[in-house]
Design a protein around this ligand. Structure first.
Ligand SMILES: C[S@@+](CC[C@H](N)C(=O)[O-])C[C@H]1O[C@@H](n2cnc3c(N)ncnc32)[C@H](O)[C@@H]1O
Length: 370
């Protein structure tokens, strides 16, 4: 089944919600993406491009989700444009209007997103000379979402490692997964499964680039942050190892049927920098202006081991709870994530300097001139 029909981060702003458990995503945006976004905006609005009197500046956040990251992104774009035009001492009529297009799948918590946007709008005082319109755009970013030659800047944070589907070739005729009930690629995954996930990423990311190449103006920019792997050698982030252990434990305790475990796989792939670069080069519409990588971990700010483990487990839960409940049933949800907390606490006690780490790849692309 296609991911667009069932994927959604945990809605609302409760204890397990995505909004309350996405600090890491915001940190990567602050540390790595924002300087690139500023560079892109300055370049697009500079004299050289002769776009001083651009009337409308179209910006899209693809897979925007909900919580602090999309708000922080929008706020940053507004402040940066404001700053540029104040420096230039232009009057209001010469400042472009910002159209901010917020995209995600239809099941995203757009209601909370727009409530937060309203608060942001109210917080921007009279000092703000740019005016901004916010629009929600539902649909998969693996399809066309906007008209031809429309967007100036595209951003996507922590979304492109979600594939459009689990690669169909990992299932045999009786719908059993060749990944042996591990739900995510890990040490014991057969080579064939690893290859199938890689091929699916290549296909999806190529499609993403093709769609954006139609929608982005010549010389327009994209800043993409993708959770990835540090090398082409299959890499198993700690979160994947913890999830595999949870599944093993629940099957051996007979809380989950082996059959059921063997038909559950997450549509997630952590590409290497080489996979990303080669797909961009092959597709051919964009140049790579910058590529940066950075390790970071969940709950970095917490010292207490158990609190750190619970927070790390909650961050994983916020992203996959809906998928787990959908497959195994609501009654398994708390059991599953209580086990994840136990396994994570154990992991922190076993390895004194342990963390639940992610490898982040941030790439800035520029649309070639047609
Ligand atoms: C981990 S969240 C990231 C949210 C936000 N960008 C952030 O930085 O916190 C991934 C988001 O990507 C969205 N997503 C995944 N696949 C998508 C697709 N094909 N089209 C649009 N959105 C997608 C999910 O619904 C989810 O909201």
């Amino acid at each position: 089944m296609e991911t667009k029909n069932f994927l959604r981060m945990k809605e609302g702003d409760g204890e397990f919600s995505y909004a309350q458990n996405s600090t890491l995503q915001g940190r990567i945006l602050d540390q790595v993406s924002k300087p690139l976004i500023k560079y892109a905006i300055r370049s697009l609005l500079s004299n050289d491009n002769n776009t001083h009197f651009l009337e409308i500046f179209n910006v899209a956040d693809l897979g925007c989700g909900v919580g602090s990251s999309p708000i922080s992104f929008i706020s940053y774009v507004i402040d940066t444009i404001n700053e540029i035009y104040k420096d230039l001492k232009l009057d209001n009529s010469q400042v472009p209007k910002i159209n901010m297009w917020m995209n995600d799948l239809p099941s995203n918590d757009f209601k909370l997103l727009f409530q937060n946007l309203k608060k942001l709008e109210e917080s921007k005082g009279d000092d703000c000379i740019t005016s901004c319109l916010f629009m929600g755009v539902y649909g998969s970013f693996y399809n066309r979402l906007f008209p031809q030659n429309f967007l100036h800047l595209v951003h996507s944070n922590y979304a492109l490692h979600w594939l459009s589907r689990v690669p169909p070739s990992i299932y045999n005729e009786s719908r059993r997964s060749k990944n042996n009930g591990k739900m995510i690629v890990c040490e014991t995954s057969p080579r064939e499964v690893v290859k199938a996930y890689r091929a699916q990423f290549h296909k999806d990311f190529s499609q993403f680039l093709e769609c954006r190449s139609c929608e982005i103006v010549s010389n327009g920019y994209m800043v993409l942050t993708i959770v990835g792997s540090p090398s082409m050698v299959p890499h198993h982030p700690c979160s994947a190892r913890l999830l595999c252990k949870v599944m093993d434990n629940l099957v051996s305790k007979r809380l989950i049927k082996e059959e059921k475990a063997k038909s559950f796989d997450l549509p997630l792939h952590y590409p290497s920098k080489e996979e990303i670069e080669s797909t961009i080069k092959k597709e051919g519409s964009f140049t790579i202006e910058k590529l940066e990588t950075l390790y970071d971990c969940f709950a970095k700010e917490i010292n207490d081991i158990e609190a750190k483990a619970i927070s790390s487990a909650n961050s994983i839960r916020a992203s996959i709870e809906v998928l787990v409940c959908y497959h195994f049933g609501e009654h398994i949800c708390d059991l599953f994530f209580d086990e994840l907390v136990r396994v994570t606490i154990q992991h922190f006690y076993n390895e004194p300097n342990a963390s639940v780490e992610l490898f982040n790849i941030v790439v800035m692309l520029r649309r070639k001139i047609d």
